[in-house]
Design a protein around this ligand. Structure first.
Ligand SMILES: [Ca+2]
Ligand SMILES: [Ca+2]
Length: 300
């Protein structure tokens, strides 16, 4: 992985596109992107309301009108006025504790388990046989001491199944970004201040200069969810910047076969932690820097 501030855009193709930590494709069709927005979210509505919502803490977000995007961001971050209906969303990323309960109750087998591998970041992305949510770094790793850390090595399909178990769905990008920034145009959940690895501890992220893990914030990998209250969003959501990337219900602009992730993760630099930043991944892969946060319509 490049350590420069702006690595060259990667060629599209299989896993060469997997969570490149800084670059995004520039050749996008925004008209196609706008058509695709919300399509997959609509496909992921829960079949029934579940009683399992006691497993997580929710924030109810009132409906509102705001401007998505960042005029100083990537091409796919063009400013766009968006209206969102009231919804609720998990205050935290899903933890290993809750994901284990989901698996115990449903017998769900994740994509990385089924396929026999996951992706592990150690300065570059490595395809690791035996890496799955129980073994996030590979077969020699486990979840000891990680009950309250975000569950990782979860594909988009696994994330959607988990949300269905909760009687919920994945958030749309419009919902996710509104929950992260509110309506005042801020670039990060806490405001416009670009995070640094200093005593303010706004988020769990990587080196300020892309893209190595950094322990200055207390954690070189994942942190227990909710460890950075100074970085709360206007609605009180935690870890909307950093810790782990979060699957959304939308396809990536210009790539109908990729799903958009939001928020940046423990290995990213501040640019990727911006509330409007997008990344796209194939829906069937798991990585040790990607987790899930579910949402639902208000009142359900
Ligand atoms: Ca860190
Ligand atoms: Ca996050």
């Amino acid at each position: 992985m490049s350590t420069t501030a702006a690595p060259a855009p990667l060629r599209v193709g299989a896993f060469f596109f997997v969570l490149n930590l800084r670059s995004m494709p520039k050749r996008l069709s925004l008209s196609i992107a706008s058509l695709l927005h919300g399509l997959t979210a609509a496909m992921l509505l829960p079949a029934a309301v579940s009683a399992n919502t006691d497993a997580v803490d929710f924030v109810t977000v009132p409906g509102g009108l705001y401007v998505m995007g960042d005029a100083g961001g990537d091409d796919n971050e063009a400013l766009r006025r968006v209206k969102v209906k009231p919804f609720r969303i998990m205050r935290h990323e899903a933890t290993n504790r809750t994901f284990a309960r989901f698996v115990a109750e449903t017998g769900h087998v994740t994509d990385p388990e089924r396929r026999g591998f996951g992706w592990v970041w150690d300065g570059r992305w490595r395809k690791v046989t035996g890496a799955d949510w129980r073994h996030p770094k590979g077969p020699d790793s486990d979840l000891s001491g990680l009950d309250d850390h975000p569950a990782v090595q979860i594909s988009h399909q696994d994330a959607a199944a988990f949300c269905r178990w909760l009687g919920l769905r994945l958030p749309s990008e419009e919902e996710w970004e509104y929950a992260a920034r509110g309506d005042d145009g801020r670039r990060f959940p806490w405001g416009n201040e670009t995070p640094r690895q200093d005593e303010r501890r706004l988020a769990n992220f990587g080196a300020v200069k892309c893209c190595a893990p950094d322990t200055w914030d207390g954690y070189g990998g994942t942190a227990p969810v909710g460890s950075y209250p100074n970085g709360a969003s206007p609605f009180g959501l935690l870890d909307m910047a950093g810790n782990v990337w979060e699957w959304t219900g939308n396809t990536f602009p210009g790539r109908a076969d990729y799903i958009t992730l939001r928020g940046g993760g423990w290995g990213n630099n501040p640019y990727c932690l911006r509330v409007s930043y997008r990344h796209g991944n194939p829906p069937d892969i798991g990585l040790d820097m990607v987790g899930v946060r579910c949402a639902g319509d208000a009142g359900h």
